[in-house]
Design a protein around this ligand. Structure first.
Ligand code: HEC
Ligand code: HEC
Ligand code: HEC
Ligand code: HEC
Length: 226
């Protein structure tokens, strides 16, 4: 009986020791575990440049006003404001040599804005040069306003993303680097996961401050946009 008990005890101890040495079932470093949510993948597209962007100088940037000038309405593809090196072709590499990573272009005396969508290689499907000023007859088309910036719930809290995320998943393409407009330049390009703190704003925020007792009487109204 004693021998039998000893043998089974040794067997159990042996099994549990071996089990300890087995690799864990879930490998936390595997791609499967750390892959991002597919709709948020674009956020990480340029994060490898985050630290570099943080050290760039802030002078001589274009303003949001200049940025809006090339666009017919918020979210519209900007016209190509410069001469084309060749009238032929769909775009692709010919455009990406300057627009994939940006950089200063002597010929146009400006920094090339980085494209948020290098994978859409048929550039001229959406971007065209503007060749004439008045080709069409007048219409009643009015450019509608671009959304306001600085919409934060409290001073110091992350402003909401005032724009839609369609074609705007790649945050650093527009918010960092030398071609980013001054007003929307991000002070923390190295934080990588932008959407961890910034949420899309689908409401209109009005804050009425009560100067006598700051927070308690401040009225924060969220009026849903239709
Ligand atoms: C030699 C480099 C170079 C090439 C090649 C080039 N671009 Fe540009 N692109 C620039 C620069 C520099 C600017 C900024 C011009 C400015 O601010 O005056 C610019 C501006 C633009 C803009 C306006 C972006 C904005 O934010 O307003 C668009 C759109 C554009 N280019 C599209 C294209 C397309 C499409 C092609 C290919 C057919 C192309 N570019 C080829 C250098 C280049
Ligand atoms: C399917 C249409 C489409 C195609 C194809 C396309 N673009 Fe765009 N592009 C857009 C739209 C729309 C915007 C404006 C995005 C916005 O403001 O939300 C834009 C914005 C840009 C900008 C300005 C980024 C900024 O700072 O705001 C550049 C530069 C640009 N595109 C370059 C290119 C290049 C180069 C190609 C080809 C490799 C290309 N695009 C292909 C639709 C397109
Ligand atoms: C095509 C260029 C483009 C891309 C890509 C883009 N943005 Fe923007 N962003 C803008 C512009 C332009 C504004 C100014 C408001 C407007 O006109 O939409 C803005 C405004 C903002 C603001 C408000 C800033 C303030 O001071 O209140 C935040 C926050 C923001 N964006 C976050 C993001 C995040 C996060 C992403 C990535 C998921 C992103 N943006 C992608 C162009 C872009
Ligand atoms: C850890 C939270 C956090 C992350 C991650 C984050 N932000 Fe912010 N962001 C903030 C806060 C807080 C502010 C407001 C700063 C202030 O008012 O001083 C802000 C402000 C901004 C502004 C307004 C201009 C400025 O810098 O003050 C922009 C644009 C912006 N963020 C874009 C981005 C982008 C693009 C990313 C991704 C690279 C990002 N943020 C990642 C918290 C964050």
């Amino acid at each position: 009986m004693f021998v039998l008990l000893m043998a089974s005890a040794i067997y159990v101890v042996d099994i549990s020791l071996k089990a300890d040495q087995e690799p864990p079932k879930q490998d936390i470093a595997s791609d499967e575990y750390i892959s991002s949510i597919s709709t948020e993948e674009g956020v990480f597209k340029r994060s490898e440049y985050g630290l570099e962007y943080g050290t760039m100088s802030n002078e001589d940037r274009r303003s949001l006003e200049e940025y809006y000038k090339n666009r017919a309405f918020p979210g519209a593809p900007p016209i190509i404001p410069h001469k084309l090196l060749s009238e032929q072709g769909i775009g692709g590499k010919a455009c990406l040599q300057c627009h994939e990573n940006g950089g200063f272009v002597d010929q146009f005396n400006a920094f090339a804005p980085v494209t948020p969508h290098p994978e859409l290689i048929n550039c001229k499907q959406c971007h065209v040069p503007s060749k004439v000023k008045n080709q069409f007859s007048q219409t009643n088309w009015k450019k509608f306003a671009h959304p306001d910036i600085h919409q934060s719930a409290l001073p110091g809290s992350p402003p909401v993303i005032p724009h839609s995320l369609q074609l705007r998943e790649n945050c650093l393409a527009c918010h960092a680097g030398p071609a980013a407009p001054q007003e929307i330049l991000v002070s923390h390009p190295e934080r990588i996961n932008c959407r961890q703190c910034h949420v899309p704003g689908n409401s209109e925020l009005t804050i009425e401050w009560d100067s006598t007792s700051q927070w308690t009487k401040s009225k924060i109204e969220w009026a849903s946009k239709q």
